[in-house]
Design a protein around this ligand. Structure first.
Ligand code: GDP
Length: 296
């Protein structure tokens, strides 16, 4: 079920509750059954769905609410808050500071939209007046540097990479050093998203992180991957210190459940969502407007 269908189904469950003549345990259970079923069909992790159900039930004490007559409102608010907390770990994402050499490392699987998102983030902060540079530390995928170069040139953003150097750690260090030397304020390092072995990919990420000591590490995840999101986010979390998340392809048929699971698995906030292939298709994320929009 795609995200707006999920929203529509939750909405109609809430509407149905409004029409119930009596709001009793049975009505609340029916509502929660419908909402939880919709979340599961959208690939939200089963543990999270269970927690949501428990938390709403805890908040909605029908005996205490009996006299007040605003049961429906209390239930609706509890559902809304719980949906928000699914995508909000309660931590503010790290932000670059003007006048400092902020280093950000991007990690994520190949195809997730990592390289595209690097340029989008660079363009976003360039518009905010920061001096931004891009470093391509992906030497595994042939054409990675060319892709970053093309994207960067199109967005008029300086870039660093090498066709000759095969060691991504060296490239990352050299690129960061060069941009720092030229007083760049935001240095974004793109890393590889694939290796012969997964363990090699994670080892490489750890080595790059140890060498450049990023101020923030952004995990890029494809919003359309569904159930696989939980395991993928956990695997990255174990290797690198994920500061924030970018969920891509939220314009397409993203179910959104993956996004929710990624937040839970990493405890890190979603900072942006990718909403298209164009360099400006990057929207800052915040939980309450996102849930409001989803519910329509
Ligand atoms: P990487 O291998 O992780 O670096 O992935 P790329 O940046 O090369 O992106 C893989 C594909 O996804 C490309 O065709 C991108 O244009 C596309 N892509 C990336 N982000 C988005 C997005 O937010 N929406 C859509 N529709 N496509 C995206």
């Amino acid at each position: 079920m795609v995200l707006n269908e999920l929203g529509a189904r939750i909405n109609s469950a809430l509407q149905a509750l409004s029409k119930e003549p009596v709001i009793d345990d049975k009505a609340v259970d029916a509502l929660l059954r419908e909402i939880c079923g919709a979340l599961l069909e959208s690939d939200v992790n089963v543990r999270l769905v269970h927690n949501l159900r428990q938390n709403v039930k805890k908040r909605v004490n029908l005996d205490e609410l009996a006299a007040s007559g605003n049961k429906r409102k209390v239930i609706q608010l509890a559902v809304f808050d719980e949906l928000c907390s699914l995508v909000d770990p309660g931590v503010q994402p790290w932000k670059p500071r003007k006048g400092k050499p902020n280093v950000v490392m991007f990690v994520g699987l190949q195809g997730s939209g990592k390289t595209t998102s690097c340029t989008k983030l660079a363009a976003y902060y360039k518009r905010k007046g920061l001096k931004v540079g891009l470093v391509c530390a992906d030497t595994f995928r042939a054409g990675a540097f060319d892709q970053l170069k093309q994207n960067a040139a199109r967005a008029h953003i300086p870039y660093y990479g090498s066709y000759a150097e095969a060691d991504p750690v060296q490239i990352a260090m050299d690129g960061v050093a060069q941009f720092k030397g030229s007083k760049f304020e935001l240095i974004i390092v793109d890393t590889s998203g694939r290796h012969k072995q997964e363990t090699e990919l994670f080892a490489e990420m750890e080595q790059i992180a140890a060498a450049i000591k990023p101020d923030n590490t952004i995990f890029v995840m494809d919003g359309t991957i569904g159930q696989a999101a939980d395991a993928q986010a956990r695997a990255f979390k174990e290797s690198v210190d994920i500061g924030s998340i970018i969920i891509t392809k939220m314009d397409g048929h993203a179910k959104g459940g993956g996004a929710i699971s990624a937040v839970a698995a990493t405890g890190s906030p979603i900072e942006f969502i990718g909403t298209g292939e164009h360099v400006h298709d990057l929207d800052p994320f915040s939980a309450r407007p996102f849930v409001s929009k989803m519910l329509g």
